[in-house]
Design a binder for this molecule. Structure first.
Ligand SMILES: CC(C)(COP(=O)(O)OP(=O)(O)OC[C@H]1O[C@@H](n2cnc3c(N)ncnc32)[C@H](O)[C@@H]1OP(=O)(O)O)[C@@H](O)C(=O)NCCC(=O)NCCSC(=O)CCC(=O)c1ccccc1C(=O)O
Length: 260
């Protein structure tokens, strides 16, 4: 597959996958998801690769989730909601190599879910993380909620989703959402250090460790696949559409008008 919205490079045992849409803060549309899925699979079969880094192009954002500019009840691509997002989250969990999120800026909405499902996350001190779904008429009723609770604890996860606040990298570190925070200009150096350390270890032992970590939360995948259908029904409501419209029109949403 040729990539238009993603960059893929391999260097010294590390595959780096970059969402290359800085004009929309590295939001993903259906094609971006397809390219990301392909890139992760490519990294999995490359025997020279021991670790994968996921990041966003530019200095502003890691990823801001689903691309709101093209959404109207559906994202227009494959899958129940027109965005194979559960497949993307699954491939990050399924590949037998650790995936490190290099969080270079905003990790918001589906972008924060990607940070959550990556094995490890290293953030710039400029990064801001959080969920925005209930502010824009969306939700990730799978890994983004249930697995987030495993990572940061139930109370924090509920706070993150119900209030939709933005958290600094240091706050994210304190709640266990990221593993380390470094000054912005040292991000690449730090990520490289972690990759080199992983690449010195036995790949099979790491692969077994990753799979065994996954077992306990595997049920969330089934829940995610089921709840996509509920999400699609929600996306078709005026209440959900109000969120997307308000974001595009740069105004505050008026969700309560649509409660039946
Ligand atoms: C990221 C912000 C907080 C940054 O705010 P600010 O600094 O004020 O900058 P802005 O002016 O808002 O944004 C700059 C520029 O980027 C455009 N942009 C930003 N985000 C998006 C986006 N997601 N889609 C399209 N475009 C975006 C913005 O329009 C501006 O462009 P201009 O041309 O300059 O006007 C803030 O931008 C923000 O909050 N963004 C909203 C992000 C958002 O709504 N994300 C989608 C959340 S819903 C979601 O991700 C769930 C959908 C989904 O993917 C999913 C569905 C089902 C199951 C699972 C998932 C999953 O996510 O995993």
């Amino acid at each position: 597959m040729l990539y238009e919205k993603v960059l893929y490079e391999v260097n010294n045992g590390t595959a780096r996958i970059t969402i290359n849409r800085p004009e929309v803060y590295n939001a993903f549309d259906a094609q971006t998801c397809e390219e990301l899925i392909d890139a992760f699979k490519r990294a999995e079969v490359d025997k020279s690769v021991g670790v994968v880094v996921l990041t966003g192009a530019g200095d502003k954002a890691f990823c801001t989730g689903g691309d709101q500019s093209g959404k109207d009840g559906d994202y227009g691509g494959r899958g129940v909601i027109g965005l194979p997002v559960e497949e993307l989250q699954s491939v990050i969990r399924d590949i037998n190599k650790p995936v490190i999120a290099r969080v270079n800026g905003f990790a918001v909405g589906g972008g924060n879910v990607l940070v959550t499902v990556c094995d490890l996350a290293i953030a710039s001190d400029k990064a801001q993380l959080g969920q925005v779904g209930p502010k824009v008429g969306s939700v990730d009723p799978g890994f983004g909620t249930a697995y987030l609770a495993r990572v940061v604890g139930e109370k924090r996860a509920r706070e993150i989703w119900y209030l939709c606040r933005r958290y600094t990298a240091q706050e994210a570190l304190a709640m266990g959402l990221v593993n380390a925070v470094v000054p912005h200009d040292q991000l690449d150096e730090e990520v490289q250090k972690w990759c080199d350390e992983i690449n010195e270890k036995s790949p099979t032992a790491i692969a077994l460790a990753k799979r065994s970590f996954n077992v306990d939360s595997e049920m969330i995948r089934a829940m995610s696949s089921l709840s996509m259908h509920a999400l699609k029904m929600y996306y078709d409501t005026d209440e959900s559409k109000e969120g997307g419209n308000a974001f595009r029109e740069k105004r505050k949403p008026e969700f309560r008008k649509y409660v039946k």
